[in-house]
Ligand binder design. Structure first.
Ligand code: 3H9
Length: 687
């Protein structure tokens, strides 16, 4: 995995470990050997470390974390590079990330191609750099520049890195040749590794770093790697290099073992796995999308149109009449105005984006679009009428998508003569912000239509998850279980603020009651009425005319347009009355008990979703919940969480609850039962 050759007087070690040259044990060993070999060869005066492919090195091999470590360890390999008697220069093409940048930092010189990117993204995995990044980078460019790079995890451009002094040279031609030239120069003047850098650690730099550190700690939100990063960088000012390295290593190993980092690593791989669509290989080419139409200028339709405009794709926004169309366009303009006021959008960009949205009345305006997304009222007859009309006007081969959150896609497709082109594209509110896109794949749809929706989703900046057709698909089907659990808890003795506190304590931004108030309680009410479902508490609140924040009252009180609810004694009395009417003796619930009662039924539904093939992999469900419902990423998603609790524990809790309430629907799903009996988790299931 590391090719060694000698070119003139310079040894060249080329890493070749596709796809991204991660620093697996074989690469580490290869690098150590190359340094040794070069130092033993009298004809060699210097060494270049280069790589093939799209990445220089993407970092440590993340899949090795949590497994027993295999020698040689990265910090030791990097010591060997730094201590090499012959200077070593990194020739960076593509990305140098994490351990990859740490390799470059251990070298005596660094040359990069103009398009290269350099970063230390460990923070995103719940970690800090663990092979000298926190020690070498501040010494090289100053802590006040190094710390923000490690805190955000975002890579910087080669140009920026040159300006910081992180690179010696940026070239646009042969990076290996340029690195070899620098290596020979260094060999001639015997430049030491850190000699020119240590003076950057000035008192002024220390003070500037402390200000940034203070701000970072205030925003750390309980993630342990932020204070660890602060401590590691701070140590640069008080410990000698070798001691600092040991300190960093200790902090890094503690974080690798932390459940939160394990969860974030799971999310990293699940996000990549979700991009692989079962039975659709790379030979299936997506259809080209040059223009789009969105039907319905309500909140959802407007948000979807903004996604297109933001991605540079012209879109026609269609309504049945001028007035709702004007309202929709005004709402979009107002949202862009807020971005301009906040400084996240220039007035020119705002104007450009608005220009990409063409308002129109009537379906014929969809005739030229390559894709049409219907975001009209959530009722089957409305959707079918629209698709009947679209079938007449849409051009052949256009993808016809419905943004329905619950309805049956084949029934909608049946209104057309082209079910091969009809699928679901379920955006999440606010559509221009939330990253999740459920791409619903009915049996009748063509593979290239699905590939088109997925490719388009990525272009719109979304995380597309392909799901099967079925009521509520993945996300809303599981959400319904949480809503039902909330109602059961309210009747059994818990109050809205206690239920919400349990979920906020878990890491959600909001609990189910505050969430329902924000969305509007009439949404669930309408859906329940349509399906003949009763929810005594939620129904009674709606019947009182309290529909959530928009009416100033819902589960909570919102005096004078307040956005945070206050406990409402009247609602609480109403809940207590309903329990009495049902003959329920209310009891208190601990926060842990509330959490289990809210989440266990969701996991159970997740198991059913897997059994039915509605989701391909447990990780897909986790991604749905992280990107669509703000499940905290450091908790890894519901299925990952369930594995951590133990499926046997969850199965027993569900059985106990099912018996207590006499509700068979709460009994563990066969898949959950089976995995629990075998002592396994969801993690081992293959897609
Ligand atoms: C670290 O370095 C710790 C050190 O400080 C200390 C150590 C002691 N490991 O994203 P893609 C796989 S922590 C293993 O789809 P792209 C990925 O799973 C690490 N595998 O491509 C996928 O596999 P598959 C710090 C990795 O072009 C394939 O490569 N580094 C790793 O959109 C393609 O990936 C990071 O956090 C890895 N490090 O983006 C960088 N990286 O095909 C993480 C990728 O089987 N990586 N894979 O699904 C990235 O940001 C992006 O992958 C990258 C390429 C920008 C490199």
């Amino acid at each position: 995995m590391v090719r060694y050759e000698v070119r003139g007087r310079v040894a060249l070690a080329t890493i070749d470990n596709p796809p991204v040259n991660a620093l697996s044990a074989a690469v580490r060993a290869g690098l150590a050997e190359a340094i040794q070999q070069a130092n033993a060869d009298g004809a060699v005066v210097a060494v270049v470390i280069a790589a093939t492919g799209k990445a220089f090195i993407a970092g440590a091999d993340i899949s090795e974390f949590g497994k027993p470590s295999v020698a040689p360890f990265l910090p030791d390999v990097l010591d060997a590079i730094t201590n090499s008697r012959k200077p070593v220069v990194a020739a960076i093409q593509g990305v140098a990330l994490g351990g990859g940048l740490e390799v470059a930092l251990a070298c005596h010189g660094r040359v990069a191609l103009a398009g290269a990117k350099l970063g230390l993204p460990e923070i995103k995995l719940g970690l800090i750099p663990g092979a000298g990044g926190t020690q070498r980078l501040p010494r090289l460019i100053g802590a006040a520049k190094a710390f923000p790079m490690m805190l955000s995890g975002e890579p910087i451009s080669a140009g920026q890195a040159l300006e910081y002094g992180l690179l010696d040279e940026v070239v646009s031609g042969d990076v290996v040749a340029a690195a070899a030239r620098l290596a020979e120069v260094l060999a001639a003047d015997g430049r030491g590794p850190l000699a020119h850098a240590i003076e950057r650690l000035t008192e002024a730099d220390h003070e500037a770093f402390e200000v940034l550190a203070g701000e970072a700690l205030k925003k750390a939100e309980g993630m342990p790697n932020v204070p660890a990063l602060v401590e590691a960088v701070r140590s640069v000012f008080r410990l000698p290099f070798e001691e600092g390295m040991k300190f960093e290593r200790r902090l890094f190993l503690e974080l690798v073992a932390d459940e939160r980092s394990r969860a974030l690593r799971h999310v990293f791989f699940a996000e990549r796995e979700v991009a692989k669509i079962p039975s659709i290989g790379p030979e299936v080419q997506p259809r080209g999308i040059q223009s789009a139409a969105v039907i319905g200028a309500g909140t959802m339709g407007g948000g979807i149109a903004m996604c297109f405009a933001n991605a540079g794709i012209p879109v026609t926004l269609i309504e049945t009449a001028q007035a709702p169309l004007d309202n929709g366009m005004n709402r979009i303009a107002a949202i862009y105005d807020i971005s301009v006021q906040r400084g996240s959008l220039t007035p020119e960009a705002r104007a450009q984006r608005l220009k990409r949205i063409t308002p129109a009345v009537g379906l014929t305006a969809a005739a030229t679009a390559d894709i049409v997304i219907e975001a009209a009222f959530e009722e089957m007859s409305v959707k079918r009428d629209i698709f009947t009309g679209l079938d007449k006007v849409a051009k052949p081969g256009a993808v016809l998508a419905s943004n329905t959150s619950y309805l049956d896609i084949p029934a909608i497709a049946a209104a057309t003569k082209r079910p091969q082109d009809v699928l679901g594209m379920h955006f999440f509110s606010p559509a221009n912000v939330m990253k999740l896109l459920e791409v619903v794949r009915p049996k009748e749809v063509a593979a290239d239509a699905i590939a088109t929706a997925v490719a388009l989703g990525r272009k719109l900046g979304k995380v597309p998850v392909v799901v099967g057709n079925g009521f509520g698909f993945v996300g809303n089907r599981m959400l319904e279980q949480r809503t039902r659990a909330t109602e059961r808890l309210l009747v059994a003795g818990a109050l809205p603020h206690e239920i919400d506190a349990a979920l906020v304590g878990f890491g959600f931004k909001m609990g189910p009651c505050a969430m329902a108030d924000l969305a509007g309680l009439d949404i669930g009410w309408r859906s329940r009425k349509a399906r003949g479902i009763k929810a005594a508490v939620a129904d009674a609140i709606c019947e009182a005319g309290w529909l959530g924040q928009k009416t100033g009252r819902g589960f909570y009180l919102y005096p004078q347009g307040a956005r945070t609810g206050q406990r409402d004694p009247e609602v609480e009395a109403l809940i207590v009355r309903i329990s009495a009417e049902k003959g329920v003796t209310r009891r208190s619930f601990s926060q842990e008990e509330i959490l289990a009662r809210l989440l266990d039924p969701m996991v159970n539904e997740g198991a059913r979703i897997l059994e039915e093939g509605i989701a391909s992999r447990p990780g897909d469900i986790d991604i749905v919940w992280i990107h669509g419902y703000n499940w905290p990423a450091w908790r890894g998603g519901p299925m990952f969480w369930a594995d951590g609790v133990g499926l046997d524990v969850i199965a027993k809790r569900l059985e106990a609850q099912a018996a207590e309430i006499g509700d068979k629907a709460l009994e563990p799903a066969p898949l959950l039962k089976q995995l629990a009996a075998e002592g396994r988790g969801f993690a081992g299931l293959k897609g």
